[in-house]
Design a protein around this ligand. Structure first.
Ligand SMILES: N=CN[C@@H](CCC(=O)O)C(=O)O
Ligand SMILES: [Mn+2]
Ligand SMILES: [Mn+2]
Length: 321
């Protein structure tokens, strides 16, 4: 695989301890070009998706190419509370070479399929939101067409653009919906945090005719937790498996300045954590990614810490901690 770089152990540093008190001491760096790892225990596999070609094609501000390494660096010094029986792998990164977005997505699909076939839990770090197309296809290819895979996207944007068949960071869910329709399969998509001032009418129409569900940003707050949970639970009940994709540009800029398209009126982390807890409690969560981290625009690394914190919360909840 040309567009792949093995895990760089130097990204993982922090305070030393005798007994894996910190995440950097728990992480095992993997080179997928060498003999395949076959994890014996329960495990999480962190994979980078170093690509901002989709953002460039979508007229956004580039920089997300460098996102994955910064998130890994922010996660390393955090405390490790994972039970011993859990392993945590850094699988390295899929990288986009030049403008070959399609090639990067293909490699992502194949790598996610391999991770799932090893019974590990994929956590992919972007990178533009075109991560979602490659990630979803890997899940779909592993589980096959009979499983109903629900996509839950925390985002200010639908990313349901029809760009004349040219993939960008704004098209992943349109691509998935179109392929599902071609194959006679259902499309299960729930978008949380949609901003009316960030999506044109045509995307609300596309959401409607693809059967997409959504909650507007103005309603996606802790004040509405009961309503949010009701809609979320209904969606969870209708699917077999869940893939969660967290677009950092859905968070208010105060929490996530390091993105291509900032959202001053975005949502806050508390409602996202509540929803993640509900999703994890369903026992259907199968894969997770964090998209659109752009270190060029970050302030004091807080967006990287937010991304690392979301990842930290998720793996600990998934492991029962
Ligand atoms: N992945 C991002 N998609 C957004 C970008 C919005 C913007 O650049 O302002 C979209 O296409 O709608
Ligand atoms: Mn998005
Ligand atoms: Mn977005």
């Amino acid at each position: 695989m040309e567009n792949y770089t093995p895990a760089n152990p130097q990204l993982w540093s922090g305070r030393p301890s005798e007994d894996q008190q910190y995440v950097h001491e728990k992480v095992v760096a993997v080179n997928l070009r060498e003999a395949a790892t076959s994890p014996s225990k329960k495990s999480f596999s962190i994979l980078g998706y170093a690509c901002d070609e989709g953002v460039a094609r979508n007229r956004g501000r580039v920089g997300a190419y460098h996102g994955p390494d910064h998130i890994k660096k922010a996660l390393g010094p955090m405390p490790n509370h994972l039970p011993q029986k859990y392993q945590l792998f850094d699988m390295g990164s899929v990288v986009c070479i030049g403008d070959d977005l399609e090639g990067a997505q293909k490699s992502l699909t194949e790598t996610v399929r391999v991770i799932l076939s090893q019974k590990s839990f994929p956590i992919v770090l972007g990178g533009g939101h075109d991560i979602a197309y490659g990630h979803f296809k890997g899940i779909r290819n592993h589980f096959g067409p009979d499983k109903k895979i629900g996509i839950i996207n925390f985002d200010a944007h639908f990313d349901l653009r029809d760009n004349g068949g040219i993939p960008t960071s704004g098209t992943p869910f349109h691509q998935i919906a179109t392929e599902a329709q071609t194959n006679g399969e259902a499309f299960h998509y729930l978008c949380l945090g949609i901003r009316q001032d960030a999506n044109p009418k045509v995307l609300f129409e596309t959401a409607q005719h693809t059967g997409s569900k959504f909650i507007l940003q103005s309603e996606f707050t802790l004040y509405n937790l009961k309503k949010v949970n009701k809609k979320l639970q209904k969606f969870l009940d209708e699917v077999d498996l869940v893939y969660v994709t967290l677009d950092l540009d859905g968070f208010a800029s105060a929490y996530a300045p390091g993105v291509s398209a900032p959202s001053p009126f975005g949502f806050s982390p508390d409602i996202v954590l509540e929803c993640l807890n509900t999703i994890i409690a369903s026992k259907k969560l199968t894969a997770l990614d964090i998209a659109e981290y752009n270190p060029t625009y970050d302030i004091d690394g807080i967006t990287a810490k937010l991304a690392a914190g979301l990842l930290h919360h998720s793996i600990h909840r998934l492991s029962g901690k």
